[in-house]
Design a protein around this ligand. Structure first.
Ligand code: TYD
Ligand code: MG
Length: 451
């Protein structure tokens, strides 16, 4: 009998070792090395023979005929946008996200909406469970086939009888192939199953979407190699206590990674949010102190968000600072700048900061709005309606320019804002605009204008 080949893999990072060790030298985790069968003796793969017979020839770039790029319209504007215009035939897309964020809902929803034949393979839920969910979203779909299966060979068998135009696998961690002996979800199973799916996708020109679980530190579970193997890596994120979800692309061989999709989780599935700024700003008629609107850019999309601050006298000796959706270190820095450069005594005050809608923003252009919200809460004077901000604040208290300022100004104008605060040093290429552009260079200027 021929020897089966085995190797040792770190279950945390996927590093391969020739022999067992106690600690992974790559990720420094202990006790994560497991022996896995790399190759069984009679290895056969999806249409192995056929592949061997068709060897590719090298061609000059000019000789390669370019067909018009065909994309499968997913009938979901946000999903299409993040993919760069739809699914590319033969592509593998990996969708990652925390448990319960809505990955299965999003994909089932797309599968139910499409007029093509779709095979939705689930290794996590039963057909009846999926049917219950489908009834909430869109009950009458004739094109979506549900299969509960975890063995890749059986899945391929069903694929050859149904011949779907799109295959969805929920999730890659539940798959196992006969050619590898280790348990489902182990590194070599994931790698081998993905490899088989890639081969299938590339040869049949069928797009495949995989769901991937993420680990506690937020990366997609399984080897990093999984992300290298697929064409597109999407991440579905958001705060489970809020309704908004953001779909981001971390890697895209067919489009820009700067695109962003926004959804709202409702009782009947996910609703596309085509104009996010409108939903993220509360429509309060009263003037409330402590809120300021920031014109930010997420990916390529301008987005107006509301920042709320609460400044109150500290009850305990050390004042508390807490921020939701904003970097806490940056908040401390901004508070120090306010104290030092603008003479505000915030040292004995508790400061709480919140970005509404449960989204988190790391665009430095929201600095000025954060400061304005803090100052407004501190003095208990509301910022006039119709004012928004787009500038970074430096350590010297200077108001710094931000990128894509025109896009921010246009979005603010579109939403009916009357005045936007930007840095004096920001070059603005706009000829004319219906919004007043207030240029400021120091915090004192802003305070003089606002309060
Ligand atoms: P799910 O798609 O199962 O998450 P994942 O596959 O990422 O683990 O989503 C589960 C959550 O979505 C669950 O908490 C209920 C909620 N949900 C709704 O609010 N409305 C709906 O129509 C559906 C189907 C789910
Ligand atoms: Mg799921």
């Amino acid at each position: 009998m021929a020897k089966t080949k085995t190797a040792f893999f770190c279950q945390n990072c996927g590093t391969q070792f020739p022999k067992w060790v106690g600690q992974c030298s790559s990720c420094k985790e202990w006790n994560t090395i497991v022996e896995e069968v790399v190759q069984k003796e009679d290895k056969k793969n999806w249409k192995t023979d056929k592949v061997a017979k068709q060897a590719n020839k090298p061609l000059r770039v000019s000789e390669i005929t370019q067909e018009k790029e065909l994309r499968l319209d997913t009938k979901d504007q946000e999903f299409n946008r993040v993919l760069g215009g739809g699914l590319v035939p033969g592509s593998l897309t990996l969708l990652g996200g925390e448990p319960g964020i809505g990955k299965s809902t999003l994909l089932l929803q797309i599968a139910l909406k499409l007029p093509y034949k779709i095979l939705y393979v689930s290794g996590e839920e039963s057909q009846r469970q999926i049917k219950m969910r489908a009834d909430r979203i869109q009950p009458n779909s004739e094109n979506c086939y549900i299969l509960t299966e975890t063995k890749t060979q059986n899945i391929f068998q069903q694929i050859s009888t149904i011949e779907p135009d799109l295959v969805v696998i929920d999730s890659i961690q539940t798959l196992h192939t006969d050619y590898i002996e280790s348990a489902a979800g182990s590194i070599s199973q994931i790698r081998e199953s993905t490899a088989e799916l890639i081969k299938f996708a590339k040869e049949s020109h069928t797009p495949v979407i995989l769901v991937g679980h993420i680990t506690k530190d937020g990366t997609i579970a399984g080897p990093k190699i999984l992300e290298h193997m697929v064409d597109t890596v999407l991440q579905f994120e958001g705060d489970r206590n809020y309704v908004y979800r953001i779909l981001r692309s971390l890697k895209n061989r067919f489009g820009s990674t700067a695109e962003l999709g926004i959804y709202e989780m409702q009782g009947s599935g996910l609703r596309e949010v085509n104009n996010p700024s409108e939903v993220l700003i509360s429509k309060n008629d009263e003037d409330l102190s402590g809120t300021a609107i920031a014109a930010t850019v997420e990916g390529m999309r301008p987005l107006l968000i509301e920042i709320q601050a609460l400044v109150s006298t500290a009850v305990y000796g050390t004042p508390q600072r807490s921020a939701t959706g904003f970097n806490a270190k940056r908040l401390n820095m901004l508070l120090a700048v306010l104290e030092k450069r603008a003479g505000f005594k915030l040292g004995a005050k508790d400061v709480f900061l919140n970005i509404t809608g449960g989204i988190s923003v790391d665009d430095p252009a929201i600095d000025l709005a954060v400061m304005a919200a803090i100052l407004s809460s501190n003095s208990d004077i509301a910022i006039e309606k119709g004012i928004c901000f787009a500038a970074e604040v430096g350590l010297a208290g200077e108001i710094r320019p931000v990128q894509r300022v025109e896009q921010r100004i246009l979005e603010a104008e579109k939403l009916g804002f009357s005045k936007i605060f930007v840095s004096k040093n920001n070059k603005i290429a706009l000829k004319q605009s219906g919004i007043q552009i207030q240029k400021v260079s120091k915090i004192e200027d802003v305070v003089a204008h606002l309060f």
